[in-house]
Design a protein around this ligand. Structure first.
Ligand SMILES: *Cc1c(COP(=O)(O)O)cnc(C)c1O
Length: 412
């Protein structure tokens, strides 16, 4: 672990205070040229006594703007202090969690997983265009039918077709023959460039795609491709619950990764994380962003520095070992639930490294789903699956009443 160490509350407070003090202070210095300021004092409580023990709220009040990407070139000098903390956060995620070689990456805190996925697809679209003069209708996004809807959203925004690979109904794994057929059909349509988005835990099932299945098939098909990993849900889970390096930067086939700190990390919304191998992000520089120091290679533009600080604070509070333990506790609870379901002969899907359990719809009465807040795979038609996500607040004591009621409803 290069960057990631457990820090005490007072160490964290000191680091955040020091970072904020290196940002511009609108009260101390006359700053005339930027359309930014601290939060409105007429509305928000600026009482220093209370803010002094709440570094995140203090950062919110100071309201630094983290516009741009801070792992490269210059950045806005007004917010250099807290942008440094974001750079450190990106280092923790890229090097310590995703095993990228030192400094060989760029990344930033995006608005969410949706933005980070679009950012990745945008980069590869432009790279294929730049390197091979590829036309948009010669490219496509390749993902599975369990992939998140941000892929068709990205296809729509970026003017790219999306090709879906079927997965097996019980294992949620890519069917290799079906993948070959999808690639073949796409080639016949004129597709030569494939942007793969592989799932590092899907939203509905927690299932994990095999990167090798994709890369073997595309290599055999003799087409150009790039691989992005969608770890919006699983990015802070899977790397801690598996020994497999296929879904890290140790795998040379992996070019970029999305993670969401506002899911499992319980950070404020607006904390997607995008990481790509160094240089790739240069494909989406907006040269016209001349008023931004260092230009802008992100999709979002202005964004909250306090959000980046919140994620940094959470990871530093745990450190790598406590985080590992936390994930394993959640997986222990998941296993407990799965054992109960097995005993009742209820069909379900669970990936062994995951804290999501999807139960076949046939076992679940709608009243039971409503009462316990289970989420269906579809709100429009009769659900095939309902999922339970073993979050921090979902203890075995909360699962027990559900298991009891499920047992009763099965016997009717
Ligand atoms: C949640 C999720 C997303 C989208 O993330 P947002 O933060 O809601 O934009 C993308 N992919 C997967 C797998 C997800 O679970």
């Amino acid at each position: 672990m290069q960057y990631w160490k457990k820090l005490t509350k007072s160490e964290i407070k000191q680091r955040v205070d020091a970072a904020l003090s290196q940002n511009v202070d609108y009260h101390e210095r006359t700053i005339l040229g930027i359309p930014a300021s601290h939060l409105d004092e007429n509305v928000f409580n600026m009482d220093t006594g209370y803010l002094n023990n709440a570094p995140f709220l203090k950062a919110m009040i100071d309201n630094p703007n983290h516009i741009g990407c801070h792992t490269m070139g210059e950045s806005e000098p007004f917010f250099a202090g807290t942008q440094k903390l974001e750079e450190e956060l990106i280092s923790i995620v890229a090097e310590d969690i995703l095993k990228c070689p030192h400094g060989e990456y760029d990344g930033y805190v995006a608005s969410g997983g949706t933005e980070a996925n679009i950012q990745a697809i945008w980069i590869y679209r432009n790279q294929f265009k730049k390197l091979f003069d590829a036309k948009y209708d010669e490219m496509c996004i390749l993902c599975t039918e369990d992939s998140h809807y941000s892929m068709p959203k990205a296809g729509n925004v970026l003017n790219l077709d999306v090709k879906y690979v079927p997965v097996a109904d019980d294992t949620r794994e890519i069917i290799p023959d079906a993948l070959d057929q999808v690639i073949e059909a796409a080639k016949i349509e004129g597709k030569k460039y494939f942007i793969v988005v592989a799932n590092m835990m899907t939203t509905m099932f927690g299932s994990v795609d095999s990167v090798n299945t994709y890369t073997d098939a595309l290599t055999d098909a003799n087409v150009k491709f790039k691989v992005h990993l969608d770890g919006a849900y699983g990015g802070f889970v899977y790397p801690f619950s598996t020994d497999n390096d296929e879904m890290t930067f140790q795998n040379p086939m992996v070019s970029s990764v999305t993670l969401d700190a506002h899911k499992m990390v319980q950070a404020p919304f607006g904390t997607g994380i995008f990481i790509a191998r160094k240089g790739l992000i240069d494909n989406v520089f907006t040269d016209e962003a001349q008023y931004v120091s260092g230009l802008d290679a992100t999709l979002i533009g202005s964004r909250s520095g306090a959000n980046a600080i919140a994620v940094w604070m959470i990871l530093q509070t745990y450190g790598p070992h406590d985080w590992f333990e936390k994930i394993h506790i959640l997986n222990y609870r998941t296993t407990w639930l799965c054992n109960q379901l097995k005993e009742m002969k209820v069909d379900f899907y669970r990936h062994p490294s995951s804290n999501i359990v999807a139960i076949r719809g046939k076992h679940i009465k709608p009243e039971l789903a409503r009462k316990f807040g289970l989420v269906p795979d579809s709100h429009n038609k009769k659900p095939n699956w309902y999922k339970i996500v073993l979050m921090e607040h979902v203890h075995i004591d909360h699962l027990m009443p559900f298991v009891d009621e499920l047992k009763e409803s099965l016997w009717i």
